[in-house]
Design a binder for this molecule. Sequence first.
Ligand code: G3P
Length: 218
Amino acid sequence: MKFFIDTGDIKEIREACETGLVDGVTTNPSLVASSGRDFKSLIKEICEISSGPVSAEVLATDTEGMLKEAKVLSAIAPNVCIKLPLTVDGLKACKKLSDDGIATNVTLCFSALQALLAAKAGATYVSPFVGRLDDIGESGSALISDIVTIYDNYPNLKTQVLAASIRGPKHMLDVAFAGAHVATLPPKILKQMYQHPLTDKGLAAFMEDWKKTGQSLV
Ligand code: G3P
């Protein structure tokens, strides 16, 4: 499973990428707004930190406007991935961009049928929002599983399922079991994934016992 970091915070992105465990970055208009940064310069800086796909979302809601904005965003760096909403206009733009070999991430996906259309449009990634479905009493991880099952029926489909709207480590476990190809997670969840009190306790005990030997390796 690939891990993308879902934030517009440069410091968090740098820290996460330095672990060597991060394969890309996703942003969205809300994350860009909360960064307080100029959109294009923020995406440029992120693309310099992460060599993986960096999702930058269009703001237009009509196909022509999306294509115009996609041109501007793609020119920022070769690893920019154009994020498009899963609307009919977004799907039309996705088809054109995908036909031109531009990487695309179709976002705000909430159903398997929407995900099937994203694959038909040639999307590189489709982003089902797990947390927002759970928020309304549905099962985000069940949707991931359904999409993966459907996609597996058609080996020619190249779209990767990118689990988004991840709210905690349990979501990461659920989407991994469901077979997501990618998950995009807030930086704090990456930390929660590797932190465990028994690991800390066990390491401290090893160090305590080792100190008693009086030895050192180097
Ligand atoms: O990339 C989509 C993600 O940022 C949305 O997450 O928590 O706002 O549903 P959330």
